[in-house]
Design a protein around this ligand. Structure first.
Ligand code: NAI
Length: 499
């Protein structure tokens, strides 16, 4: 049921609470902001007024008329339908106690939303008189800017309560992703692979944080690479979320934290806030761009005939962008052949060494990129120096910086994105959220360039599955088990088989 004029009672006037109060006020609701800390309430009030005033000169009068602050929840008016949004510290017992008090104060018809980011909504609800009135309303920071709200259904949440907060979020200009109460909900679950798999790559000494960040930006289309983002979030905070998700999923290796990150924390290198993390910060710190492979003058491309076998949009784009002349041949195995030198393939999840042995010729592997027509960096791996020199020169002609990596399977963008996609398939498989909701959540909650399902479709689910299966064959680590839903999708839709 829609409650457009509901009173909104925001409990907790910290970072999130004041953001939630701001968007509710901007949408016309009377807002009651509750926090035992008077100073916090004063700062929240002036913060909200200042931020709203940037767009609306009448904001101070509006805030004065619609916002009331209270140090005690039981002093708030109860004469109108009220939706409570709780944004206090992240502790189950304290959240339960506060919502229990709110339920007693506002009566049986009030809706109790919690902004918890890591606790079970079902568990929070279990501490209140009527768990069916409790729902998750997970906002993202900064609330006025971030467009996503995960509406989290606990085991006992009533449909009507879910509908009320979903309608409210839409009224406040947000997009809603519906999700069942599982650890990490959608965003903090699916995004674990972005950090975790990148950390694995560094752990395996495949490449450096600098190069991986560059590749995730310039080839993957992400706004920030995983390591600079972990430094921004704070390695302590990011690690705590990973650890909480990992333990909550009963130590599933897909979510396992990294020793590299725990070492940083042990050393006090939390990231930007301590001046040091994966990178150095502060005035004297110089951020050097990672070094791309040197283009050797003698590696003149075009000296050997070039043949494009089969069809692959990325190989085709690289050749077209380079301006190099090439011929075409039919094949089921897409590759660029530099006659008498070797072949270039896009990763299928095997190492270059393995692909070379299978083909009985030198093979250089290229990483996958999001958009082959605009990518400006690509990872590559090969054991063959002559072939590497020629491909580095080819990529240079195409306006692409080459980043040679250790010969580990799956390279960077293809591997990290496949792991993100796998988690998304598994999340949908378990009925936690729909593919559409997962894509919206990842686009708006984390600013990914494209949702994981959209990416699976763009690259092809068959290739994502092929890459995951190859990782599984290499490592025999259950972390790389492909989602059954992904496999079923490939079996249903793929007519060309997996070989
Ligand atoms: P914060 O530390 O900035 O603010 C918490 C506020 O709650 C403080 O003002 C404190 O005085 C108040 N408070 C503590 N006990 C209270 C009580 N019994 N009654 C009323 N107020 C009380 O915390 P922040 O960052 O705003 O987080 C709040 C909640 O939002 C947590 O559950 C957190 O996990 C969640 N969250 C935080 C995000 C973030 O990026 N900061 C993102 C999404 C969710």
């Amino acid at each position: 049921m829609s409650q457009p004029l509901a009173h909104i009672c925001v409990i907790g006037a910290g970072t999130m609470g004041r953001g939630i109060a701001q968007v509710a006020l901007a949408s016309g609701h009377p807002v009651h902001l509750v926090d035992p800390d008077e100073a916090q309430l004063r700062v929240a009030g002036s913060d909200i007024t200042a931020r709203l005033s940037r767009r609306d000169p009448a904001a101070p009068a509006l805030v004065k008329a619609r916002l009331r602050t209270f140090t005690d929840l039981t002093q708030t008016p109860t004469d109108a339908p009220t939706v409570v949004v709780e944004a206090i510290l992240e502790r189950l017992d304290i959240k339960q106690a506060v919502l229990r008090r709110a339920a007693e104060h506002f009566g049986p018809t009030c809706v109790l939303a919690t902004n918890t980011s890591s606790l079970s909504v079902t568990a929070i609800a279990a501490g209140t008189p009527d768990p069916s009135r409790v729902v998750g309303m997970h906002f993202f920071n900064p609330v006025p800017v971030m467009r996503l709200v995960e509406v989290v259904r606990g085991l006992q949440t009533a449909d009507e309560v879910v509908d009320t907060v979903a309608e409210l979020a839409v009224r406040w200009g947000k997009s809603v992703a519906h999700v069942r109460s599982v650890p990490g909900f959608i965003v903090n679950r699916v995004a674990r692979a972005f950090y975790g798999e990148s950390l694995r790559l560094v752990e395996e000494r495949a490449s450096t944080p600098e190069a991986i960040d560059e590749l995730m930006r310039s080839a993957g289309g992400f706004r920030m690479g995983p390591f600079e983002l972990m430094d921004l979030i704070g390695n302590d905070v990011n690690f705590a979320v990973t650890q909480s998700v990992w333990t909550s999923y009963h130590y599933d290796p897909r979510f396992a934290p990294s020793l590299i990150q725990s070492e940083l924390i042990a050393a006090g290198r939390f990231g930007r806030k301590t001046g040091q993390g994966f990178y150095e910060y502060g005035e004297s710190a110089e951020r050097t761009r990672p070094l791309a492979a040197e283009v050797k003058a003698e590696a003149v491309t075009g000296a050997t005939p070039v043949v494009l076998h089969g069809s692959d949009d990325q190989l085709e784009a690289v050749l077209t962008r380079s301006g190099l002349e090439f011929s075409r041949e039919e094949s089921d195995t897409p590759r660029i052949e530099f006659v008498s030198l070797g072949s270039v393939m896009v990763t299928r999840g095997r190492s270059a060494r393995e692909e070379s042995a299978r083909r009985s010729e030198p093979v250089l592997l290229l990483d996958r990129c999001l958009d082959p027509s605009t990518a400006t960096a690509l990872a590559l791996a090969s054991a063959d120096a002559a072939l590497t020199d020629v491909v580095v020169a080819l990529l240079d002609r195409a306006g692409i910086h080459a980043f040679p990596m250790a010969d580990i399977p799956g390279l960077v963008v293809a591997r990290v994105l496949s792991m993100i996609a796998n988690e998304a398939w598994e999340t949908a498989h378990h009925g936690v959220a729909t593919p559409d909701d997962i894509d919206i959540a990842m686009l708006l909650g984390t600013n990914y360039p494209i949702g994981p399902f959209a990416w699976s479709a763009r690259w092809s689910t068959r290739r994502v599955l092929e890459l995951l299966d190859a990782l599984w064959s290499s490592y025999h680590d259950p972390r790389y088990r492909a989602s059954h839903a992904l496999r079923a999708e490939v079996q249903t839709t793929s007519h060309d088989g997996l070989g």
